[in-house]
Ligand binder design. Structure first.
Ligand SMILES: Nc1ncnc2c1ncn2[C@@H]1O[C@H](COP(=O)(O)OP(=O)(O)OP(=O)(O)O)[C@@H](O)[C@H]1O
Ligand code: SF4
Ligand SMILES: [Mg+2]
Length: 327
């Protein structure tokens, strides 16, 4: 599969009153055309900072972003998004790459109708008249499964449910026909039935439009449900990556194994194990495996530099106890 996005050794350092926070310490990942890729990890591991880096959404005065974010444009040319000027990046935002934020209620103005906000987004990246934009908005709401779209467009965001709002945000994000959709925890605030519906919708849109999706989540069940491949993040680094099946059925990194043991499974009885301890200090340096202080299998060698080991052509983990390669 051709690479659409390739992040190489990304680091994000945030300048704060307490010092320099090392939110992302060296992330490399890729997303193929039309592929659904997950970034999974616990709160604070650097998922959002990584996703935001793709669209250059950091405060330029307070964030130092290093590395390369290579993106292949519709024209076939590859650009480094980190090297682009704001004006050039602005053309790519919305046009080629869109983002759905974690909390849809904050993404919309509460005092402007959903229709007006959708039309404004459509007008911003197309040359159509407002009446045409309204028709497009109706079609988009239909495509994300909202019933009676004309009526919903007249509503204020507060008059829609959380699930409907999230569908509206997805509709707005896909209105420019992006080739890559970034989704930051798109289902966290939703009940499990609505969650499943939104994830199914994202998968369907990805297939229908050959749209790649990079989905950020702390939840492995999201990965199992829709991702082709997944990157497990820990302390601003990639701990493991592979196809969703490889990582969820045969995890090689102790952190991935512990995370998987902590998720509830339908029809299974027994106690869930929680991952004890906390992430390393974001202001400090890390020597050796960052998971060592929490790992039950830690040994002296874990305190040396740990490199990524391959278990199959697609499966990699940075753990010395990952075992033998796959057959
Ligand atoms: N603007 C900022 N200033 C200082 N530190 C920050 C800033 N933004 C993020 N961080 C720190 O960088 C680390 C990674 O943050 P990030 O938001 O990427 O985490 P996350 O994996 O998305 O977590 P969550 O699942 O809670 O959303 C965290 O320790 C966070 O406190
Ligand atoms: S490298 Fe060592 S400390 Fe790190 S996860 Fe593997 S066994 Fe645990
Ligand atoms: Mg986040």
């Amino acid at each position: 599969m051709d690479k659409l996005l390739e992040i190489k050794n990304l680091s994000v350092r945030l300048l704060t009153a307490y010092g320099v926070a090392r939110g992302v310490r060296g992330v490399s990942l890729s997303v193929g055309e039309g592929e659904v890729v997950g970034i999974v990890g616990e709160s604070g591991c650097g998922k959002t900072l990584t996703a935001k880096s793709v669209l250059g959404l950091h405060n330029a005065e307070r964030a130092e972003v290093r590395g390369q974010i290579l993106y292949r444009l519709k024209s076939g040319a590859t650009v480094d998004l980190l090297a682009l000027k704001q004006k050039e990046l602005q053309k790519i935002r919305g046009g080629e790459i869109s983002m759905v934020l974690q909390d849809s209620s904050t993404a919309l103005s509460p005092i402007i109708t959903v229709g007006r906000q959708m039309e404004d987004v459509i007008l911003a990246h197309s040359g159509v008249k407002r009446q045409e934009a309204r028709k497009t908005a109706v079609g988009l709401l239909e495509s994300v499964g909202i019933s009676e779209p004309e009526m919903r467009l007249k509503c204020l965001p507060g008059e829609l449910s959380g699930g409907q709002l999230q569908r509206v945000c997805i509709a707005m994000a896909i209105s420019s026909e992006p080739r890559l959709l970034l989704c930051d925890e798109p289902t966290t605030a939703l009940d499990s039935v609505t969650q499943a519906q939104i994830l199914a919708l994202l998968k369907k849109l990805s297939k229908e439009r050959n749209m790649a999706v990079l989905i950020v989540t702390h939840n492995f069940s999201v990965v199992k449900r829709i991702c082709d491949r997944v990157y497990v993040m820990y302390a601003g680094l990639i701990a493991e990556s592979g196809t969703a099946d490889e990582v969820t059925q045969n995890p090689r990194h102790c952190y991935t194994q512990d995370l998987l043991k902590s998720i509830p499974r339908a029809c299974e009885k027994g106690r869930l194990e929680s991952v004890t301890g906390a992430l390393p200090d974001v202001y400090g340096d890390i020597a050796g495996c960052p998971y060592a202080p929490r790992c039950k299998s830690v040994c002296e060698d874990c305190l040396k530099d740990i490199s990524m080991r391959g278990y199959s052509p697609t499966h990699f983990a940075a753990c010395i106890k990952g075992g033998e390669p796959d057959d």
